[in-house]
Design a protein. Structure first.
Length: 66
């Protein structure tokens, strides 16, 4: 099973995932810093973005170690 998963993961565009992860991390930072100032702070959305960014970060690290 892991061989199939690794084969699939190797077909994913890693540079795109890294850029997307950077954009997500930037969005989290923007919401944390500027959200309370301009009334766009949404704790549920922030929690969701953080969870997605963390998961994507783990996936990227895994793919870099294949």
């Amino acid at each position: 099973v892991m061989g199939v998963v690794n084969t699939y993961l190797c077909s994913i565009d890693l540079p795109f995932l890294i850029r997307y992860h950077q954009e997500m991390t930037s969005a989290v930072t923007q919401m944390e810093v500027f959200g309370p100032i301009n009334n766009t702070y949404n704790p549920d959305q922030l929690k969701h973005l953080k969870r997605q960014a963390d998961a994507l970060g783990f996936l990227i690290k895994y793919m870099q170690n294949i």
